[in-house]
Design a protein around this ligand. Structure first.
Ligand code: CS2
Ligand code: MG
Length: 406
């Protein structure tokens, strides 16, 4: 392999939703791809890469993944944060992709080889009301899924984040436009409604189906403790993001009052965001996302720390990060002992065309495939047909008009 990086390019494309991809090319023409997508703040990461990191990469040795990571992280003065860490994450992923291609091995082999045959996946089912949700879960079960995240509408609220408006299994899309849509949120209504919904899903599908539910950071610790306790009879696989979790110590209160398994961390960017959650075992699953937490090199550190405390890895993998990120997550998943489950929503067919990939789904599980590197390409000609379009997740307000946490 050539010992230098010849060029690096940032590709922004929007085949239905925005994706930012870093493409690194070595002197001998080896190409590595990294996902750099940060939903709703895409261009900030694109600029961070183009204006600040790409010039540093040219001429560097692509084999020195760890040194490059340390150079970009320790050398920046300004550490952490989603923009910085997504940019570093993209570089890291692209360098692992190159190393795998140079070795003619899938990345999971470079990480120590497979510790399992396939990676358990969970997918999403949503419905505006309970009958529609039950139908959506049924469709997912028919597709072979063993684990389903269930989200539903709440009485008196017109829209609820995470619930598709048309009742299909489709994702809560960021809406195109210069400003986010606004929704109403009512915590009391939600907390009174959701136990009955989960009871109905459990009753209909029996004990074996893994059920997950995402609260999207909307509760106080006291509310979270109460909700967790009220959901215990339904044997959830996990309850996700009960509080904003910026104050990690507050999770102690939740833990003292409920045994519902807790999953947190999709918005975290580094091991420092979850150090206390892990070392005090205030969570059961750490959800750090490969791209947003500094790439393969850094999530491996987070997951290794988690392993010491019997906290399992369960990375974020929504359709608003690209198939390059999903592949990276699957390579880590196949090679990491304390990896429990991978979020997998699937992509619209056009996204799969823009990013042809070797990973595959079968019978509720995923496998990264055996192509060298990460096993994902980008069809640049097709990508160029779909230019960036501003799009934002909705924001929520309470009935008095004040902003609600994400
Ligand atoms: C969600 C995401 O997948 C999840 O668990 O919380 O839908 C999240 O809201 C989005 O990825 C934000 O961009
Ligand atoms: Mg989530």
């Amino acid at each position: 392999m050539s010992l230098t990086i010849r060029e690096a390019e940032v590709i922004v494309t929007s085949p239905g939703r925005n994706f930012v991809t870093l493409k690194i090319v070595t002197e001998d023409g080896q190409v590595g791809l990294g996902d750099a997508t940060l939903n709703g703040r895409e261009l900030a990461v694109a600029s961070y890469l183009r204006d600040h990191l790409v010039p540093l990469l040219i001429g560097r040795d692509p084999q020195r993944i760890e040194d490059t990571w340390q150079y970009l992280y320790r050398g920046a003065y300004w550490r952490r944060g989603p923009v910085t860490m997504a940019a570093i994450g993209a570089v890291d992923m692209a360098l692992w992709d190159i190393k795998g291609k140079a070795a003619n091995m899938p990345v999971y082999q470079l990480l120590g080889g497979a510790v399992r045959d396939r990676v358990l996946a969970y997918t999403h089912a949503t419905g505006p009301d309970t009958p529609a949700l039950l139908d959506a879960v049924e469709r997912r079960v028919q597709q072979g899924y063993k684990a389903v995240r269930v989200q539903t509408g709440v009485p008196t609220l017109d829209t609820v984040y995470g619930v598709s408006k048309n009742g299909t299994a489709g994702y809560e899309p960021a809406e195109r436009g210069a400003r986010p849509a606004e929704e109403l949120w009512d915590t009391g209504q939600y907390m009174r409604h959701i136990p009955g919904v989960l009871a109905a899903v459990r009753e209909r599908f029996g004990a074996d189906l893994h059920l997950l539910h995402d609260v999207h950071h909307r509760l106080t610790p006291t509310q979270a403790a109460r909700l967790g306790r009220s959901l215990e009879p339904f044997d959830l696989f996990w309850l996700e993001d009960v509080t904003p979790a910026e104050n990690q110590a507050l999770l102690r209160q939740v833990r003292e009052h409920t045994t519902v398994p807790l999953a947190i961390g999709e918005v975290f960017n580094s091991v420092w965001d979850c150090q206390q959650l892990i070392t005090e075992r205030l969570i059961d699953y750490i959800r750090a996302c490969v791209v947003h937490a500094g790439g393969i090199s850094h999530v491996r550190r987070i997951f290794a720390l988690a392993d010491l405390y019997q906290v399992a890895a369960a990375p974020h993998g929504p359709s608003d990060v690209s198939p390059v990120n999903l592949a990276a997550s699957l390579h880590v998943g196949l090679a990491t002992h304390n990896f429990a489950i991978q979020e997998f929503m699937g992509y619209e067919p056009l996204v799969d065309e823009v990013f042809p990939h070797a990973y595959r789904y079968a019978d509720g599980h995923l496998h990264p495939g055996d192509a060298p590197g990460l096993g994902v390409q980008i069809d640049e000609a097709l990508a160029a047909k779909y230019p960036y379009a501003p799009a934002y997740l909705p924001v929520a307000r309470l009935r008095d008009g004040s902003m609600k946490d994400w």
